[in-house]
Design a protein around this ligand. Structure first.
Ligand code: 6PG
Length: 471
């Protein structure tokens, strides 16, 4: 066996899948985990189930064994839960490694932590790479989208492996180095924020048809399947169509009907919103999705609310199917536009110089938000984008014009029936704000000046002014 300079720590679902992917592409890999007994089990399974692949794998039972198994420059990929586990591994391994070695955190980390870890390790001559990996278990095993951040030189030795294991879009690897320190993890965070918004919007359409028209899940699934063949083509649309046509083997009921309406979240969607606000932005469609998951957790209170204020969805409005499809496409464009705007603001704030077109390109396959739209988005960023704003890309003008009108009709009907559409409402409010040259914050400025003498700018004179309030 030739030299092994890559190690992988963490043999959970994602770690095991990524290890097999790496070995399958012909790269030697040493693996270990926090529970050393799991190493043999993994290697035995690999030998039983994937004979040739396992020739590229070796096991290590301790950090010292792991480091000794690797030739320099070493790259250690971590697939462990974000937070304390990463810090513990960094603390254990840093003294064992040599300058030029790299620790790659492939989990969903908060980019602020990635920045701190990169700084800490840089002082010891070590690289810390924050690497976003998207695509779930299937992606990790057969080709994820990979968003790399960290010192540019740390990407050079790992690039061939990263590109080989990544998904490909028409032959182009869906993996790249996107910027220094936290850039990779930030891009992954925004990816997840967009993922939250898209999932919420699809779920809202499902809700309108279920509660507004009593359409059976499988029929909604068939409708989604049709949409997936058009402009809405995407992984999330595809799985939603399949989910809605799946039956619960225990009860024979539609699978979605037996699932509790209470969504979990691990934090990446929330981080997108927090960072957006910190950067003076508002990714409102993403925020609506994060909020909706939060509200969903309040199940008991919602049951009380329904008893106190009954009458949801009783007016039997029929939603025009073309309107729903156009509205969903427009709202999806808006969610992407908000995500990319947050990314642009962060890239400027932290001097990352992220190539937005490349981000869109590496999201075209392998990741959870892969969609037909991303090809148009990357073209838009490569072309002449008015103001750098995706929202104003000529390619999306028609979809947004028609889709925003459709959104108005859909939202109006939903509201008339008392059906909540927080994602659509937030998306439309932002769109309407961005197409109104004179909004209403002149009034806010007047109020601020009235009670706090904060001053305002005038339309007709330069400088800071105050109003003649109360004089
Ligand atoms: C991906 C996913 C993945 C994970 C999300 C789910 O890109 O492969 O985004 O990272 O499924 O973190 O997050 P929640 O548990 O917060 O929904």
């Amino acid at each position: 066996m030739s030299d092994t300079n890559v190690g992988l720590i963490g043999l959970g679902t994602m770690g095991s899948a990524l290890a097999l992917n790496i070995a399958e592409k012909g790269f030697n890999l040493a693996v270990t985990t926090l529970r050393p007994e799991r190493v043999d089990a993994f290697l035995n399974d690999a030998a039983d189930l994937h004979g040739n692949i396992s020739d590229h794998l070796t096991g290590a039972k301790s950090p010292e064994e792991m480091v000794a198994a690797l030739t320099s420059p070493r790259s250690l990929i971590l697939l462990v839960p974000a937070g304390k586990a990463v810090d513990a591994i960094v603390e254990t391994y840093a003294p064992l490694l040599e300058p030029g070695d790299t620790i790659i955190d492939a989990g969903n980390a908060n980019f602020h932590n990635t920045r701190k870890r990169a700084e800490l390790l840089a002082a010891k001559g070590l690289h810390f790479v924050g690497m976003g990996v998207s695509g779930g278990e299937e992606g990790a095993r057969h080709g994820p989208s990979i968003m790399v951040g960290g010192a540019a030189e740390s990407f050079v030795p790992i690039r061939p492996m990263i590109e080989a294991i990544s998904a490909k879009f028409e032959g182009d690897p869906c993996a790249d180095w996107l910027g220094p320190d936290g850039a990779g993890h930030f891009v992954k965070t925004v990816h997840n924020g967009i993922e939250y918004a898209d999932m919420q919007l699809i779920s809202e359409v499902y809700g309108l048809l279920r509660d507004g028209e009593a359409v059976a899940p499988k029929d909604i699934g068939v409708l989604f399947e049709g949409w997936n063949a058009g402009g809405l083509s995407s992984y999330l649309m595809e799985i939603s169509a399949e989910i809605l046509q799946t039956t619960d083997p225990d009860t024979g009921a539609p699978m979605v009907d037996v699932i509790k309406d209470k969504a979990g979240q691990k934090g990446t969607g929330r981080w997108t919103v927090i960072e957006a606000l910190s950067l003076g932005q508002s990714a409102s469609a993403i925020e609506a999705a994060v909020g909706a998951r939060g509200w969903s957790a309040d199940l008991a209170a919602r049951a009380r609310g329904e008893a106190l204020f009954p009458g949801v969805g009783q007016k039997a409005v029929v939603f025009d199917r073309d309107d729903l499809e156009a509205a969903l496409l427009a709202a999806r464009i808006i969610a992407y536009a908000q995500g990319f705007q947050v990314l642009t603001a962060a890239s400027e704030e932290y001097d990352w110089n992220v190539d937005m077109a490349r981000v869109a390109e590496i999201w075209r396959a392998g990741c959870i938000i892969r969609s037909a739209l991303l090809d148009d988005i990357s073209d838009a960023f490569r072309g002449d984008l008015p103001d750098g704003r995706l929202l104003f890309a000529p390619a999306f003008h028609d979809a947004l014009s028609k889709g925003s009108d459709a959104m108005r009709r859909v939202i109006a009907s939903a509201i008339a029936q008392g059906l909540p559409v927080p994602g659509f409402s937030a998306a439309l409010a932002w769109f309407d704000t961005m197409r109104q040259a004179r909004g209403t914050t002149n009034m806010v400025q007047a109020q601020r000046d009235f009670f706090g003498a904060h001053g305002f700018e005038r339309l007709d004179q330069s400088g800071v002014h105050h109003g003649p309030w109360g004089s």
